[in-house]
Design a protein around this ligand. Sequence first.
Ligand code: GLP
Length: 259
Amino acid sequence: MKILIHQTKALATDCAASLIAARLNRQPDTVLGLATGGTMEMVYANLIARHRAGEVSFAQATSFNLDEYVGLPETHPCSYWHYMREKLFDHVDIDPGRAFLPHGDAPDAEAEAERYEAAIARAGDIGLQLLGLGLNGHIGFNEPTSSLSSLTRIKTLTRSTREANARYFDDPQDVPRLAITMGIGTILRAQEVVLLAYGAEKADVVARMIEGPVAAACPASALQMHRKVTVVLDEAAAGALELRDYYEQVHPRVGETSS
Ligand code: GLP
């Protein structure tokens, strides 16, 4: 794992966006794996600015989002379809016909999960996978005890995850109990992974992910098995890392520059 610790969220965000832009510039038809959540909003705003400045194009890219709530139609304001259109797709030149999320309102959610997994495989799997990190160590909606070789399927959300996502809903009771999520095995097939985590509240789980044992109790720890993972942190999220000096020795001055 490459651990990049930046002084601020803004610098960390710029670093992550530059990794994505560089990949698209190198390989315009990259298959992107996209994520949702508060952390990603900053990354997408940065990518939109780069697109407007003519620095990056999504025109030949394909994208697959990690997950979607079961039961929410694309038009629901809390659906991830809606989030992605609002935060990214409507503001860049991605082809809407090649920007995919699972359909949360599919009549048969299990069949939809299988179809989605097959579509990812047919596209040649993910080239660059962007990930956030749940407070309980989840990636996508792979909650603790998820199989580390799982494929896209239905997961029941934990209370902690429903509480963390309640801020997007009018009533906390409205947060769906189930989601369709890429599996950990699906994510591990990606050519490269860029994971972002910010803030002191993520410090403990960041340390478990990077320095703890590989364990289903912390699904993100499965990334230790992946060949090419970059973890982009702000200072606060790096606060509980025991080997922080080492990471900063390997990637010095990363906090002072944006690359
Ligand atoms: C949700 C998403 C995850 C995301 C997580 C963290 O649970 N399904 O993919 O990583 O939120 O979100 P935030 O960036 O808001 O902390």
